[in-house]
Design a protein around this ligand. Sequence first.
Ligand code: APR
Length: 266
Amino acid sequence: MSEQPNFSDLGNQIDLAAKLLARSTHTVVLAGAGMSKESGIRTFRGEGGLWTEHGEPPMNQFDSFTSDPHAWWERRLNEGRNDGFGRSIDGAQPNPGHFALAELERLGIVSHLITQNIDDLHRLAGQNSITEIHGNRHWLRCLDCELRWPRTQFVIDATELPPICSECGGLVKSDTVMFGEPIPATALRRCHEETALADCFLTIGTSALVYPAAQYPANALSRGVPLIDINPEPTPLTSVANVVIAGPSGKILPAVVNQIHNELDH
Ligand code: APR
């Protein structure tokens, strides 16, 4: 258990994080909704969160989909996807935190990003090695063989619902993982493999309450891998992380990257 850091000395925490990252060659990152807050997308929990305000949605989304996929697709095609949260995602752009994280990949420090976000902003910012553990809002996926398509490249015939996979005949749904839906096996395998190789673990903007995503920093910690957490609010990670930086990722990550360049130049 690390001693409780001195929150007031942000500069010192940024320096500690930069030192740990600068010497890493296989940092794995777990990103959460806080990463996209400064892109105008609300978090779910914490201050101003969607569910903090409206309460959590029904946890049986996947059951209602599988019990009547035809009705689900009919509603989806008739009502469209433009709920308020969806609209905030579709208009969003990466923020300086996304670009700083992509820079850490370019520097050979970050090897893999596990993101819980479905907004595609990491890829737009130039990140390449990504597992979207909760899916991607702009993609569709076959429930059986896990084949994925960009929505724009999949023609849905409203007279032939639900859409069926051209490869295996399985049921096609939105790639976004629904509550109660198993995380695709390929995604879980990649997260497990990358975490097993991690020599440093960085968590950004996550309440660390949802599993299996929250298991990966815990797995790394159990191997003695240093954990750095960036979050303006306390979470279950605050008391176990080696370095805790209490601030917004859109400001903290660029400051960490800047300090790493100072470390690497000396
Ligand atoms: N920078 C960094 N972190 C921030 C910022 C910011 N600017 N603003 C808020 N946060 C933090 C909050 O303090 C909170 O701890 O981001 C975290 C967001 O937590 P959640 O809303 O719970 O998001 P996340 O951890 O990604 O949730 C996991 O839960 O409901 C499911 O599928 C959903 O993927 C989501 C999963």
